[in-house]
Ligand binder design. Structure first.
Ligand SMILES: [Zn+2]
Length: 160
C-alpha cells in the first residue's frame, strides 16, 4: 500500500485548500515549504531568515546544486558560464534582469564552469553559455548561446 505524507496532494484529492511548494533558500540552501499565497509577501527562510525570493541569480557549486535541482518545486534555470567567455559576460545583466522579473516563478542560478568543472562535465556542458531548465529534478530543455532578455523570458516561460 502506498502511503503519502500529510501534505501530499494526490491527484483526485480535493480537500486541500491551498497549494504549498518547496522553495530552496538562495542563501543557506535550506528547503522551505510554503503556500503559494505567501509567495508575494516577501517570505523569509525559516532557517536563516533571509528573503526566499531574492530576485537575483544564485551562484551554485557542487555542494548545493543538487538540493536546488531536486528539491525546488519551481523550475530551476541554470546558466553554465565562465568568466573568460565574452558572450557569457554580455548575458550576465540579462540573466539578472530576468531573475528579478521571474523572482517567485522560477529560480535562476549560475554555475561557473571554471570553478565547477565536475558539474560541467556531469551535465555534459560542451559550450558556454549553456542554459538548462530543470523541473522536478529532471532536465527538460537546454539551449546554447547568449539570449536577450525578451528571448530568455519567452524561453523560460514555456516551462512555467
Ligand atoms: Zn536560508
Amino acid at each position: 500500500m502506498r502511503r503519502f505524507g500529510p501534505h501530499h496532494v494526490g491527484s483526485g484529492t480535493k480537500d486541500c485548500n491551498m497549494t504549498s511548494k518547496h522553495i530552496v533558500c538562495p542563501h543557506c540552501h535550506s528547503v522551505n515549504r510554503l503556500p503559494e499565497e505567501r509567495f508575494s509577501d516577501n517570505p523569509k527562510c525559516g532557517a536563516c531568515k533571509a528573503a526566499l525570493f531574492s530576485g537575483r541569480p544564485v551562484e551554485l557549486n557542487s555542494g548545493n546544486f543538487r538540493t536546488h535541482i531536486e528539491r525546488s518545486d519551481i523550475p530551476v534555470v541554470v546558466d553554465f558560464w565562465a568568466p573568460w567567455c565574452g558572450p557569457c559576460r554580455m548575458m550576465a545583466p540579462v540573466f539578472s534582469q530576468v531573475a528579478g522579473e521571474l523572482s517567485t516563478r522560477a529560480r535562476l542560478v549560475k554555475v561557473n564552469t571554471e570553478d565547477q568543472p565536475g558539474l560541467a562535465s556531469q551535465y555534459g556542458i560542451r559550450s558556454i553559455p549553456t542554459l538548462t531548465v530543470f523541473r522536478g529534478g529532471r532536465e527538460v530543455n537546454r539551449v546554447s548561446g547568449a539570449m536577450d532578455a525578451r528571448n530568455l523570458s519567452a524561453w523560460i516561460g514555456r516551462f512555467l
